[in-house]
Design a protein around this ligand. Structure first.
Ligand code: 13P
Length: 237
Protein backbone atom coordinates (compact mmCIF):
# COMPACT_ATOMS: atom_id res chain seq x y z
CA UNK A 1 0.00 0.00 0.00
CA UNK A 2 1.28 3.45 -0.82
CA UNK A 3 1.99 5.91 1.98
CA UNK A 4 -0.27 8.97 1.97
CA UNK A 5 0.81 11.95 4.04
CA UNK A 6 -1.55 14.87 4.66
CA UNK A 7 0.44 17.99 5.46
CA UNK A 8 -2.00 20.60 6.77
CA UNK A 9 0.79 23.19 7.17
CA UNK A 10 -0.45 26.21 9.20
CA UNK A 11 -4.10 25.73 8.27
CA UNK A 12 -7.42 24.88 9.93
CA UNK A 13 -8.62 25.36 13.50
CA UNK A 14 -9.97 22.98 16.13
CA UNK A 15 -13.58 23.85 15.20
CA UNK A 16 -13.03 22.97 11.55
CA UNK A 17 -10.98 19.92 12.41
CA UNK A 18 -13.78 18.46 14.53
CA UNK A 19 -16.03 18.56 11.46
CA UNK A 20 -13.20 17.18 9.32
CA UNK A 21 -12.65 14.26 11.67
CA UNK A 22 -16.36 13.43 11.75
CA UNK A 23 -16.51 13.45 7.96
CA UNK A 24 -13.55 11.15 7.44
CA UNK A 25 -14.46 8.84 10.31
CA UNK A 26 -14.27 5.16 9.34
CA UNK A 27 -12.97 5.99 5.86
CA UNK A 28 -9.24 6.36 6.48
CA UNK A 29 -6.98 3.36 5.95
CA UNK A 30 -3.76 2.55 7.83
CA UNK A 31 -1.56 3.94 5.08
CA UNK A 32 -2.56 7.56 5.85
CA UNK A 33 -0.52 9.79 8.16
CA UNK A 34 -1.82 13.19 9.28
CA UNK A 35 0.48 16.13 9.91
CA UNK A 36 -1.78 18.77 11.51
CA UNK A 37 -0.54 21.70 13.55
CA UNK A 38 1.03 20.29 16.72
CA UNK A 39 -1.77 21.99 18.66
CA UNK A 40 -4.20 19.46 17.23
CA UNK A 41 -2.11 16.28 17.22
CA UNK A 42 -4.06 14.85 20.15
CA UNK A 43 -7.40 15.27 18.32
CA UNK A 44 -6.10 12.93 15.62
CA UNK A 45 -4.40 10.58 18.06
CA UNK A 46 -7.63 10.20 20.07
CA UNK A 47 -9.35 8.96 16.92
CA UNK A 48 -6.64 6.37 16.41
CA UNK A 49 -4.86 7.93 13.44
CA UNK A 50 -1.15 7.83 12.78
CA UNK A 51 0.29 11.32 13.18
CA UNK A 52 3.50 13.20 12.56
CA UNK A 53 4.94 16.63 13.19
CA UNK A 54 5.69 19.06 10.37
CA UNK A 55 9.11 19.72 11.87
CA UNK A 56 11.21 19.09 14.98
CA UNK A 57 13.90 21.11 16.70
CA UNK A 58 17.53 20.39 15.85
CA UNK A 59 18.22 19.94 19.58
CA UNK A 60 16.54 17.72 22.17
CA UNK A 61 16.18 20.41 24.85
CA UNK A 62 17.48 23.87 25.59
CA UNK A 63 17.06 27.59 25.24
CA UNK A 64 15.35 27.59 21.87
CA UNK A 65 12.33 29.85 22.13
CA UNK A 66 9.40 28.59 20.11
CA UNK A 67 11.01 25.29 19.13
CA UNK A 68 9.51 21.86 19.80
CA UNK A 69 11.66 19.02 21.03
CA UNK A 70 11.26 15.54 19.63
CA UNK A 71 10.87 14.28 23.20
CA UNK A 72 7.95 16.65 23.77
CA UNK A 73 6.40 15.70 20.45
CA UNK A 74 6.71 12.01 21.27
CA UNK A 75 4.44 12.64 24.25
CA UNK A 76 1.74 13.47 21.71
CA UNK A 77 2.29 10.10 20.07
CA UNK A 78 3.98 11.10 16.83
CA UNK A 79 5.41 8.26 14.75
CA UNK A 80 6.63 10.47 11.90
CA UNK A 81 8.16 13.85 11.26
CA UNK A 82 8.73 15.89 8.13
CA UNK A 83 12.22 17.38 7.88
CA UNK A 84 13.57 19.89 5.39
CA UNK A 85 10.30 21.00 3.85
CA UNK A 86 11.07 23.70 1.28
CA UNK A 87 8.94 26.22 3.20
CA UNK A 88 11.14 25.69 6.24
CA UNK A 89 14.28 25.76 4.12
CA UNK A 90 13.15 29.08 2.62
CA UNK A 91 11.83 30.93 5.68
CA UNK A 92 13.77 29.34 8.57
CA UNK A 93 17.11 28.46 7.01
CA UNK A 94 16.42 24.78 7.63
CA UNK A 95 18.94 23.45 5.14
CA UNK A 96 21.49 24.28 7.82
CA UNK A 97 19.72 22.10 10.40
CA UNK A 98 18.55 19.14 8.33
CA UNK A 99 21.57 17.02 9.26
CA UNK A 100 20.98 17.42 13.02
CA UNK A 101 17.22 17.09 12.74
CA UNK A 102 17.50 13.80 10.87
CA UNK A 103 19.84 12.47 13.53
CA UNK A 104 17.57 13.53 16.37
CA UNK A 105 14.47 12.06 14.74
CA UNK A 106 16.04 8.73 13.85
CA UNK A 107 17.79 8.22 17.17
CA UNK A 108 14.38 8.78 18.79
CA UNK A 109 12.77 6.16 16.56
CA UNK A 110 10.69 8.68 14.65
CA UNK A 111 10.21 7.87 10.97
CA UNK A 112 11.54 10.74 8.93
CA UNK A 113 10.15 12.16 5.73
CA UNK A 114 13.01 14.08 4.21
CA UNK A 115 11.90 16.65 1.65
CA UNK A 116 14.11 17.46 -1.31
CA UNK A 117 13.39 19.51 -4.39
CA UNK A 118 14.64 22.08 -6.87
CA UNK A 119 13.27 25.56 -7.53
CA UNK A 120 12.03 26.74 -10.93
CA UNK A 121 15.33 28.36 -11.92
CA UNK A 122 17.23 25.18 -11.10
CA UNK A 123 14.68 23.09 -12.98
CA UNK A 124 14.97 25.31 -16.05
CA UNK A 125 18.75 25.27 -15.88
CA UNK A 126 18.68 21.47 -15.83
CA UNK A 127 20.50 21.13 -12.50
CA UNK A 128 17.70 19.30 -10.64
CA UNK A 129 19.76 16.21 -9.96
CA UNK A 130 22.72 18.17 -8.62
CA UNK A 131 20.40 19.88 -6.13
CA UNK A 132 18.70 16.64 -5.08
CA UNK A 133 22.00 14.82 -4.61
CA UNK A 134 23.39 17.69 -2.55
CA UNK A 135 20.32 17.72 -0.30
CA UNK A 136 20.49 13.94 0.10
CA UNK A 137 24.21 14.01 0.89
CA UNK A 138 23.74 16.69 3.57
CA UNK A 139 21.05 14.67 5.32
CA UNK A 140 22.49 11.19 4.89
CA UNK A 141 26.28 11.26 4.93
CA UNK A 142 26.87 11.77 8.63
CA UNK A 143 23.73 9.85 9.66
CA UNK A 144 24.22 6.61 7.77
CA UNK A 145 24.61 4.54 10.91
CA UNK A 146 21.10 5.55 12.04
CA UNK A 147 19.36 5.04 8.69
CA UNK A 148 17.67 1.90 7.46
CA UNK A 149 15.25 1.18 4.62
CA UNK A 150 12.23 1.71 6.88
CA UNK A 151 12.99 4.73 9.02
CA UNK A 152 13.86 7.25 6.30
CA UNK A 153 11.50 8.16 3.46
CA UNK A 154 12.28 10.68 0.75
CA UNK A 155 9.65 13.15 -0.45
CA UNK A 156 10.51 14.63 -3.81
CA UNK A 157 8.75 17.98 -3.92
CA UNK A 158 9.77 20.30 -6.77
CA UNK A 159 9.43 23.74 -5.17
CA UNK A 160 7.84 25.14 -8.32
CA UNK A 161 5.07 22.52 -8.06
CA UNK A 162 4.06 23.33 -4.49
CA UNK A 163 0.71 25.13 -4.33
CA UNK A 164 0.91 26.13 -8.00
CA UNK A 165 -1.21 23.48 -9.71
CA UNK A 166 1.78 22.63 -11.93
CA UNK A 167 3.48 19.25 -11.80
CA UNK A 168 6.33 17.67 -13.78
CA UNK A 169 5.37 15.52 -16.75
CA UNK A 170 5.18 11.79 -16.08
CA UNK A 171 8.32 11.32 -18.17
CA UNK A 172 10.35 13.81 -16.12
CA UNK A 173 8.95 12.53 -12.83
CA UNK A 174 9.71 8.92 -13.71
CA UNK A 175 13.29 9.82 -14.68
CA UNK A 176 13.86 11.95 -11.57
CA UNK A 177 12.51 9.40 -9.13
CA UNK A 178 14.53 6.68 -10.82
CA UNK A 179 17.67 8.83 -10.50
CA UNK A 180 16.94 9.42 -6.80
CA UNK A 181 16.47 5.71 -6.15
CA UNK A 182 19.56 4.75 -8.16
CA UNK A 183 21.66 7.33 -6.35
CA UNK A 184 20.50 6.10 -2.93
CA UNK A 185 21.27 2.53 -3.91
CA UNK A 186 24.64 3.20 -5.52
CA UNK A 187 25.99 5.76 -3.06
CA UNK A 188 24.43 4.61 0.20
CA UNK A 189 23.24 1.06 -0.43
CA UNK A 190 19.74 2.15 0.59
CA UNK A 191 16.40 1.19 -0.90
CA UNK A 192 14.18 3.99 0.37
CA UNK A 193 10.57 4.80 -0.40
CA UNK A 194 10.19 7.94 -2.52
CA UNK A 195 7.00 9.98 -2.25
CA UNK A 196 5.91 12.66 -4.67
CA UNK A 197 4.62 16.01 -3.38
CA UNK A 198 3.54 19.23 -5.09
CA UNK A 199 0.00 20.04 -6.27
CA UNK A 200 -1.24 16.46 -6.02
CA UNK A 201 -4.97 16.74 -6.66
CA UNK A 202 -8.05 14.99 -7.99
CA UNK A 203 -7.23 16.10 -11.54
CA UNK A 204 -3.70 14.73 -11.74
CA UNK A 205 -3.79 11.68 -9.44
CA UNK A 206 -4.83 9.26 -12.21
CA UNK A 207 -1.79 10.26 -14.30
CA UNK A 208 0.52 10.14 -11.26
CA UNK A 209 -0.75 6.67 -10.42
CA UNK A 210 0.70 5.45 -13.73
CA UNK A 211 4.19 6.00 -12.35
CA UNK A 212 5.02 2.74 -10.63
CA UNK A 213 8.18 4.12 -8.99
CA UNK A 214 6.13 6.48 -6.78
CA UNK A 215 5.69 4.93 -3.32
CA UNK A 216 3.21 7.48 -2.00
CA UNK A 217 2.28 11.14 -1.81
CA UNK A 218 2.83 14.17 0.38
CA UNK A 219 -0.32 16.21 -0.04
CA UNK A 220 -0.85 19.82 1.03
CA UNK A 221 -3.83 21.83 -0.20
CA UNK A 222 -5.87 18.86 -1.42
CA UNK A 223 -5.82 17.31 2.07
CA UNK A 224 -7.56 20.26 3.71
CA UNK A 225 -11.05 19.46 2.49
CA UNK A 226 -12.32 16.11 3.87
CA UNK A 227 -14.48 15.20 0.85
CA UNK A 228 -11.76 16.04 -1.65
CA UNK A 229 -9.17 14.23 0.40
CA UNK A 230 -11.30 11.09 0.63
CA UNK A 231 -11.95 11.11 -3.12
CA UNK A 232 -8.25 11.59 -3.72
CA UNK A 233 -7.05 8.77 -1.49
CA UNK A 234 -9.66 6.44 -2.95
CA UNK A 235 -7.91 6.85 -6.30
CA UNK A 236 -4.55 5.75 -4.88
CA UNK A 237 -3.70 2.05 -5.19
P1 13P B 1 0.46 21.32 -2.18
O1 13P B 1 -0.13 19.93 -2.28
O2 13P B 1 -0.50 22.32 -1.59
O3 13P B 1 1.09 21.75 -3.45
O4 13P B 1 1.63 21.21 -1.09
C1 13P B 1 2.58 20.23 -1.25
C2 13P B 1 3.43 20.22 -0.06
O5 13P B 1 4.21 21.12 0.18
C3 13P B 1 3.26 19.08 0.87
O6 13P B 1 4.25 19.08 1.83
Amino acid sequence: MKLICANFKMNLTSRVLKIYLDEVSGKIKDNVVFFPSVLYLSMFKERGYTVGSQDISFKEFGSLTGDLSVTQLKEFGIDYTIIGHSERREFYNDSKYVKNKVKIALTNNIKTILCIGENLKEFEEGVTLDILKKELDTALKSNLKYINNDNLIIAYEPIWAIGTGKIPTNKILTETIKEIKDYLQESYNLKLKVLYGGSVNLENIIELEKISLIDGYLIGGASLNPDKFLSLINKVN
